[in-house]
Design a protein around this ligand. Structure first.
Ligand code: PMP
Length: 330
């Protein structure tokens, strides 16, 4: 018989798929690491299982305990699946820009969801960081994984995603491109690939226009799961060779093209990372092997990125683009 003990054993070991149509103007081989095939539908399953394993070993998470985390959805799904399988409760705190679809997914796995305003300072008592801290203090047996500072976040990528990429490309990867949220992916994968290649592999972060990683102030942008208004300790900036800034408009246009032309229905941060990877690939020679990590699937964004009315409302369907995100959110 050929079966897995539980869905938790399906995490990781994701495929690399060549991009063939969106690559006009690039001679390099461009490969996508497709993370939506993880059981929770995103790359975040990888860090969820490692953070919980570590907390159990350290005695921070005890039988029947409650996991409390501020999460844009994907980390919550991974945590909810692992928690459910091991008998823990989950309470997730989300900013209000996260789609209702994503929140309902968390609830479907049995988690409780608390929604907080996006447009407040991180130090404001209503911010999702502050609310989650208060819940940890007030709930008995609560443990906060804190993906932004938990070393198991980058380490999970150092131990799984990085080695998978090296093996899958037979050591021929020349560039790795990923969006930066907590910085866990780029730090862990980047550190591993730098070490194993003797510093040869270039590590490139993609960042939404306005986020601090590309010199912004953290002003609102619409792409979800990436960019920040502070510098998390999970992100080791010494690993990245370059940060490429991508506008919401370019991110969403590429997200739509990935579905239409490559058959990859993926999220907005995937379009952002792919847009950055293609800019890299156009500059690189024919021997380059550019790998871009696509963090999640597109089903959580059907009423936004894949909805023409929503795109038009933000001016993303017109080439002149009179309306900016800042105008609309102001
Ligand atoms: N894309 C999406 C959709 C995400 O949820 C995340 C995680 N916040 C990322 C990209 C960025 O990954 P990381 O946190 O490892 O930098």
């Amino acid at each position: 018989m050929d079966y897995y003990e539980s869905v938790v054993d399906l995490i990781g070991g994701t495929p690399l798929v060549r991009l063939n149509k969106v690559t006009e103007g690039a001679e390099a081989l461009v490969l996508a690491k497709v993370e939506y095939v993880n059981p929770g539908g995103s790359v975040k399953d990888r860090i969820a299982v490692r953070m919980i394993d570590d907390a159990e070993k350290a005695g921070l998470l005890k039988p029947g305990g409650t996991i409390v985390e501020p999460t844009s959805g994907n980390t919550g799904v991974g945590l909810a699946i692992v928690a459910q399988q091991r008998g823990y409760k989950c309470v997730f705190v989300c900013p209000d820009k996260v789609s209702e679809d994503k929140r309902n997914v968390l609830r479907a796995y049995g988690a409780e969801v608390v929604v907080c305003p996006t447009a407040v300072d991180p130090a404001d008592p209503r911010s999702y960081y502050e609310v989650s801290d208060r819940l940890v203090r007030e709930i008995d047996g609560a443990w906060k994984p804190d993906q932004y500072s938990n070393p198991a976040n980058p380490r999970s990528h150092y131990e799984t995603t990085g080695p998978e990429l090296w093996k899958q490309t037979d050591g021929r990867i020349t560039h790795f491109v990923a969006g930066v949220g907590t910085g866990g992916t780029i730090t862990g994968v980047g550190r591993y690939l730098k070490e194993v290649s003797g510093g040869r592999v270039k590590i490139i972060g993609a960042d939404p226009e306005g986020s601090v990683y590309s010199g912004g102030t953290g002003r609102p942008y619409l792409v979800e799961g990436v960019g920040e208004d502070f510098w998390p300790s999970a992100y080791d900036t010494s690993v990245t060779d370059e940060i490429i800034e991508v506008s919401d408009k370019d991110s969403f246009a590429m997200t739509r093209r990935l579905a239409l032309e490559e058959g990859l229905l993926v999220g907005g941060s995937c379009g952002m990372a792919a847009e950055a990877a293609l800019r890299v690939a156009r500059e690189a020679g024919p021997d380059a092997v550019v790998v871009v990590l696509l963090p999640d699937g597109g089903r959580g964004y059907l009423s936004k990125i894949f909805n023409d009315e929503w795109l038009a409302r933000y001016g993303f369907l017109t080439t002149s683009g009179e309306t900016t995100v800042a105008d609309v959110l102001a």
